[in-house]
Write a protein that binds this ligand. Sequence first.
Ligand code: ZN
Length: 142
Amino acid sequence: MSLTRRALLPLLTAFATLRGMAATAAETADLFRREFVEAAFTMKREAEQSGDQPYGAVVVLDNAIIGWGPSRVVVDNNESAHAERVALRDAQDRLGRADLAECVMYSTSRPCAACEQAAAAAGLARMYYGKDATDAGAPRKG
Ligand SMILES: [Zn+2]
């Protein structure tokens, strides 16, 4: 299964898309929910407040958040504890399975290649990501 990525600019403008794929109105209404964007940014703030890198992500299934991911790279001394992978692991723990088909991820910034690969390997259906002002131009670290 291929992972559909869509760039999301929640605090700035409307949707932008990658790979020439456009979100239909129905997809937008069904899958893109502001509350989930806000939850991802809540995770980002949590990471910042704990002294970690400013990234957050959540995993959603059936319009409910099942995975919460503040970046934990610094807190856990783990270079792979990016927000997206923390959220994936949390969702997998809660579901009791590795397969995250039908799940959607919201991340505050563009995932690194390793996180995108992890999401695709888990069968994630879709990923929305944003890029807020504090992330603009910054190297992706976590
Ligand atoms: Zn990553």
